[in-house]
Design a protein around this ligand. Structure first.
Ligand SMILES: Nc1ncnc2c1ncn2[C@@H]1O[C@H](COP(=O)(O)OP(=O)(O)OP(=O)(O)O)[C@@H](O)[C@H]1O
Ligand SMILES: [Mg+2]
Length: 353
């Protein structure tokens, strides 16, 4: 599969619902292009329209404006019957797994195959192949209540992929799992992408999921796309306030409240300056802070900081407080900027008072 072709192209998508006899627009003029083999994360506050968008993609909701081109076919123009064959190319995975409790793992995975008229032998072959792929071949005769949450989600993924799905849509698929199990499921998805060339679109509130698997991020707010881009730049330097607020807790890039409340923005005599230093992979791997302290003989208080990584790229923030001196400030800003560190003045305070 080529990784440069768009598998999905969404143009001017709009969706409204009626609420107490009033039409409410839930999705506004959305434009997204998703290439084959990419893993795309959709984030946004509760009620932003993320699930509605996924439901439009797999035909569970009918958009009232725009187009959804899947393999260049406009799904919005297709009759229900033709839409059904496209839906088979899309697997869906939800937070609560949606497994049939009275059926074994084998029967749960086999269900879509059975509905599509596969012979018993073909069902058996495909279920065994899928169970191996998701690491469940020892559990085929178990029932969902005998499985852990992570195992249930593996069954759901296998079932979603049963009919050679090209696109996997996942809505909050890890929210019921602990962090270790979440990681196992994310690694499974990465493996499936690599082995099957699968394209994955997922919705999450967990920024660790974004960090771990998303190649590209879309941010929805009140039904509109407010920011999008490859994951690393979004994590490192989100531009929109909604994205920034969604990321704060994960990045831990805010000052503690008791310091923020002391900050002022008009410099006064004998003030200290509070700086936020943002490191990228180039700068995070160098001993720049020790060079800074040595070169300018600079006493510096560290107020907070964090280092993260996306794949093999490091990035992070450091909040520091130092005595303000206009000349030194210019010199160290030049030094840091030359070494790919972003410098932002957060404000001034009298640190000792
Ligand atoms: N079938 C429906 N009928 C009427 N309103 C709906 C329907 N489905 C969703 N909505 C409304 O659309 C808006 C977006 O809902 P949606 O479920 O897409 O949000 P979300 O971003 O997935 O939120 P969350 O993160 O809480 O899951 C909400 O205001 C919701 O009440
Ligand atoms: Mg939702």
């Amino acid at each position: 599969m080529s990784s440069s072709l768009p598998l999905l192209r969404i143009e001017r998508l709009g969706k409204s619902f009626f609420h107490q006899e009033k039409k409410e627009k839930i999705l506004h003029n959305l434009n997204l292009t998703i290439k084959e083999g990419t893993i795309v994360g959709i984030i946004g506050r509760s009620g932003a329209g993320k699930s509605t968008l996924l439901r439009c993609l797999n035909g569970l909701e009918k958009p009232d404006e725009g187009h959804i081109f899947f393999d260049e076919e406009d799904l919005c123009q297709l009759a229900e019957e033709d839409l059904r064959s496209y839906r088979k190319k899309m697997g869906v995975v939800f937070q609560n797994y949606n497994l049939l409790q009275s059926k074994t793992v084998f029967d749960n995975i086999a269900l879509p195959l059975k509905l599509s008229g596969y012979s018993l032998q073909d069902q058996k072959n495909r279920v065994e192949e899928l169970a191996k792929l998701v690491g469940l071949h020892q559990k085929l005769s178990s029932y969902p209540h005998q499985l852990s949450g992570g195992q249930c989600q593996r069954v759901a993924i296998a079932r979603a992929l049963a009919i050679e799905a090209e696109l996997l849509l996942c809505d909050e698929f890890t929210s019921a799992l602990d962090s270790k199990t979440t990681l196992e499921i994310l690694n499974l998805l990465k493996k499936l992408r690599q082995k099957l060339g699968l394209t994955i679109i997922f919705v999450t509130h967990d920024m660790k999921v974004i960090q771990h698997i998303a190649d590209y991020v879309y941010v929805l707010d009140q039904g509109s796309l407010v920011e999008q881009g490859p994951t690393l730049p979004i994590l490192m330097a989100a531009q929109h306030p909604v994205t920034q607020s969604l990321l704060h807790e994960f990045l831990k890039d805010e000052l503690p409240d008791f310091i923020t409340s002391k900050l002022h923005f008009n410099i006064q005599d004998r003030d200290d300056v509070v700086l936020k230093l943002t490191f990228n992979n180039q700068s995070a791997t160098k001993p720049l802070i020790s060079q800074l302290v040595q070169k300018w003989n600079l006493p510096m208080n560290i107020l907070g900081g964090n280092l993260h990584h996306k794949d093999h790229e490091m990035f992070g923030h450091l909040m520091v407080c130092l005595k303000y001196d206009v000349d030194v400030m210019q010199e160290i800003t030049n030094f840091l900027t030359d070494h790919h560190v972003q410098v932002k003045i957060m404000g001034y305070l009298q640190w000792q008072s």
